[in-house]
Design a protein around this ligand. Sequence first.
Ligand code: CP3
Length: 347
Amino acid sequence: MNNSKSLNPDHRKVLKVMDGMAYEKPPIWMMRQAGRYLPEYRALREKAGGFLELCYTPKFAIDVTMQPIRRFGFDAAILFSDILVIPDALGRSVRFDAGHGPQLDPINVEDIANLDGSNFMDHLSPVIEAVEGIRAELPIETTLLGFCGAPWTVATYMIAGHGTPDQAPARLFAHAHPEEFAELLDIIVQSSAEYLIAQLKAGADAVQIFDSWASVLDEDQFDKWCIRPVAKIVQLVREQLPEAKIIGFPKGVGQYYSTYREKTAINMMGLDWAMPMSFAAELQKQGAVQGNLDPTRLIAGGRALDEGIDMILENLSSGPLVFNLGHGITPQTPIAHVEQMIKRVRG
Ligand code: CP3
């Protein structure tokens, strides 16, 4: 992978796409590319003893981040961490028991005033150290992405204490206690901006904001709790780093995608798979897009996979495109299918 002496940071293709460049063979990476579908991940997770131990031990986080780069040579690496390290660093301890998903003590109205940000960046210093270490190990042409969760998505886990199918607990909280909810989101906004700035200063080339639960809100609430907080994070980051490159991923928001891009001022839009390709192509006229293969095509492999890839390339590869899945890769995905995908995208 390091046979590339003539390359320099200007050759990081994902960044070029964010500036509007189109590649016939687009750069490729996968959401959740470091994870349980890889035997080397499962082995290291067992050695580390738990998921948060992986996140907070720089040598483990560096190694896990590098695993899919070593195996597949993706065009971008994404920092290995989780969106829930933010509530963890604010004193709402988060647990990841194998097979359970994340668990938190549900936050109530009174708890919000007591959120403790005094130790916030100290708590996250191993993650920032990992960013520096990853950049040092990555091939020079590979883009390094940092990330955080969007405030609304992070808040849904803080309020319910776990994942839910429709985020009814957080929606209800926002309607019943709008002032306290705004306060909670503002704390997450300030913390997330500080965290992203630290990642960018430590060597991340760009950052992605995961807004995985953006699709469950009505129009008024979507504007208040998704668009405005993300726009505020973008503004705070660019006050310190005017050139900061930011990817937004408001999963499943359909018609609202273009408003989201305009109002948040992100540089690239992550797309899910459940939209007409003609609509994706329209969105691409406003700027770079990333996506959007249905992850179940990657599990199925064969023709389902080839056809899904071709559909994206035919419709989107004449404009600025980063090839990705429309959501994270799942643990049951065969590694051979990932190889098949990369080969086809790279021709
Ligand atoms: O993409 C990457 O490779 C970087 C690492 C990354 C993880 N989580 C690692 C992880 C990233 C970017 C995330 C984002 C994340 N985390 C999101 C947004 C994206 C999305 O998938 O919607 C959300 C909602 C979370 C919260 C979270 N973390 C959930 C709901 C779960 C449990 C579900 C699951 O897949 O197990 C996690 C755990 C988690 N985060 C794992 C990994 C590799 C699995 C942990 C394990 O090893 O058991």
